[in-house]
Design a protein around this ligand. Structure first.
Ligand code: CDP
Length: 249
């Protein structure tokens, strides 16, 4: 007989010891790529993500140009060694979908009108995946957009919530995602709490969804603080470098 995997123990804790509404540890470093206009590296639990932003730059192919504003394009990609089985290189349905929804989330915060006919290209590379990679990617790319100096209404912060063995939980890991009943990625504009991405795999009751949204929004606000801290550290380094250069002159 196959033994049922116990994802929540008798004390209500999860397999990695987290409480139901606890996030995995998150670390973000902004400005890690020399050749990108903006970049960020993020570790979120066992997820490892690199994000690079290029632009605003002349949009190619030309027929995609919008004379009224910049277009925001996103490419989400999982590298071959990011998952247990080798991931076949190149786009697939899942990465095309994630690229589309992430690009739409960024379009809702970027002031594109300031840069007509240009493109802002966002690249999300998942180096190591352990569920929640679209939220991790969006969170990292949003810091990379700010690092590139792209004018935005606010950052976008993302986090998933879901249901595992009848209990609502925040930020599902791989086992919870595989064996749970629902996984709901969420991205918001933290300042206004506007939702810019909401997807659902599985099913929840209306009450569960409302409860999950509340916890998810609170979590996004915690993540927002970590994003802002990463940007502050980045600008402290830039200021220090400028002061040293001025001192040398
Ligand atoms: O990563 P996210 O939760 O946003 O998306 P998902 O489609 O729910 O995928 C959940 C997890 O399944 C990923 O984070 C990977 O760890 C794993 N996965 C995989 O092992 N192989 C794939 N081709 C796609 C996903």
């Amino acid at each position: 007989m196959v033994k049922k995997l116990k994802l929540i123990d008798s004390k209500g804790l999860r397999m990695d010891g987290r409480k139901p509404d606890e996030l995995r540890p998150i670390k973000i470093e902004a400005g890690v790529l020399k050749r990108a206009d903006g970049s960020a590296y993020l570790e979120w639990g066992k997820n490892k993500v690199m994000a690079g932003v290029y632009g605003p730059r002349e949009c190619h192919p030309r027929h995609m140009q919008n004379p009224a504003k910049a277009i925001v394009r996103c490419r989400y990609n999982m590298v071959s060694f990011s998952v247990d089985d080798r991931k076949r290189p190149g786009p697939d349905r899942r990465s095309t979908e994630i690229s589309k929804v992430a690009g739409e989330a960024f379009s809702s915060v970027v002031f594109g009108e300031q840069f007509p006919r240009t493109s802002i290209d966002v690249f999300i590379e998942i180096l190591q995946a352990d569920a929640g990679t679209r939220c991790a990617g969006i969170t990292a790319a949003s810091v990379a957009l700010a690092d590139a100096g792209i004018p935005m209404r606010d950052l976008v912060a993302a986090c998933a919530f879901g249901k595992v063995q009848g209990k609502m939980v925040l930020d599902l890991d791989k086992e919870e995602d595989n064996y749970g009943e629902a996984d709901v990625p969420l991205a918001i504009i933290p300042r206004t709490e506007e939702i810019v991405l909401l997807q659902m795999d599985g099913s929840l009751t209306t009450k569960e969804l409302q409860q999950g949204l509340k916890t998810g929004i609170d979590a996004c606000k915690q993540i927002y603080q970590i994003q802002k801290e990463a940007l502050k550290r980045r600008y402290a380094v830039i200021l220090e470098e400028e002061e040293t250069t001025e001192g040398d002159a």
